[in-house]
Design a protein around this ligand. Structure first.
Ligand code: PBG
Length: 322
């Protein structure tokens, strides 16, 4: 008789036959940076997460170093917004200054910057609008090039365009190469769905659209083949790695991507997934290890790396296990 339990009898054998592991090296921690000084402001929709002013980052960087979390993803919350999101590409914008400061304090911290306009535009959409309130694709791409380039000039390690405009990966690659940054990789949010799971983030980054929704540029949750087309197009245009977002309800997309493409894959364990598990954990309805289980399942589905607000908590628990 087949007895699957033979290989489950004690922790040693379970560990020997374990196919997938979660480790601290897999994790990328998102950081929200605000203008101002002395700010470490709790985010209501994401218990345990904060908005930091640049001068408050060193303590966070120290903690990340101590825990072995060596990569971060920056989101900026500017003091001033306008129709074309000009703070997003300002040489002294909040993300540009944060990149410089982090690289000065902790040069081996791998700094990734999210390239998008929704935190910077007064209307909250991810690009430039036409008279009817639709996002103009090709004109927006020109701005995305400028934003990515300004991050490269500030010393970013990698850019991650999250806008879902057509043709932006090729355009950004070209702009980076032409300006002398051929070694700054692009991690493309290729399969980014129009998801309610981003709700807590929009509160955190003050980036909810002022009218309408993002369905004219982010993908329909019912579509899987379309995600394959988006990923293939981004790889063709020069994406070095690909993000699938959200993660938990979209593991089929991640798994299909991992069967089909050879580029590194990143799962974005988004704000709504964080808020959902945190709420249940805080109520005592689930134990915190539900987090490790969720992240491990993302790895099993094919993720090489995971962007997660749980990075520091998980790193602490992984360290304690050792
Ligand atoms: C910017 C961006 C968003 C997220 C990452 N980059 C918000 C959005 O598209 O509305 C969401 C991340 C999260 O929910 O954790 N476009």
């Amino acid at each position: 008789m087949y007895r699957g339990r033979r290989l489950r009898m004690n922790p040693t054998i379970r560990s020997l036959v374990r196919e997938t592991r979660l480790c601290v090296e897999d994790l990328i921690y998102p950081i929200f940076v605000v203008e101002g000084e002395g700010i470490k402001e709790p985010i209501d929709t994401m218990p345990g997460q904060y908005r930091y002013s640049i001068d408050r980052l060193p303590a966070l960087l120290d903690e990340m170093k101590r825990l072995g979390v060596r990569a971060c993803l920056l989101f900026g919350i500017p003091a001033r917004k306008d129709a074309c999101g000009s703070e997003a590409y300002a040489p002294d914008g909040v993300v540009q200054r944060a990149i410089q400061a982090i690289k000065r304090w902790d040069p081996t911290m791998y700094v990734i910057a999210d390239v998008c306009m929704c935190e910077y535009t007064d209307h909250g959409h991810c690009g430039i609008l036409d008279a009817c309130g639709r996002v103009k694709n090709d004109e927006t791409v020109r701005y995305l090039e400028k934003i990515a380039l300004s991050y490269a000039k500030a010393g970013v390690d990698m850019v991650a365009p999250s806008d879902m405009m057509d043709g932006r990966i090729g355009a950004i690659r070209h702009a980076l190469d032409a300006a002398g940054y051929p070694y700054v990789p692009i991690m493309a949010y290729s399969a980014k769905y129009a998801s309610s799971f981003y709700g807590p983030f929009r509160e955190a980054a003050h980036s909810a659209p002022g009218f309408g929704d993002r369905k004219a540029y982010q993908m329909d949750p019912g579509n899987a083949k379309e995600a394959m087309r988006e990923m293939a197009a981004d790889i063709e245009e020069g994406a070095d790695a690909i993000i699938i977002k959200p993660a938990l309800p979209y593991l089929d997309i991640l798994s299909a991507a991992s069967n089909r493409f050879d580029v590194p894959l990143c799962a974005y364990n988004v704000s709504g997934e964080y808020a959902m598990l945190m709420a249940a954990i805080e109520k005592g309805w689930m134990k915190p290890d539900v987090v490790e289980e969720s992240l491990l399942c993302m790895k099993r589905a094919g993720a090489d790396m995971i962007i997660t607000y749980f990075a520091l908590d998980v790193a602490k628990r992984l360290a304690n296990e050792k």
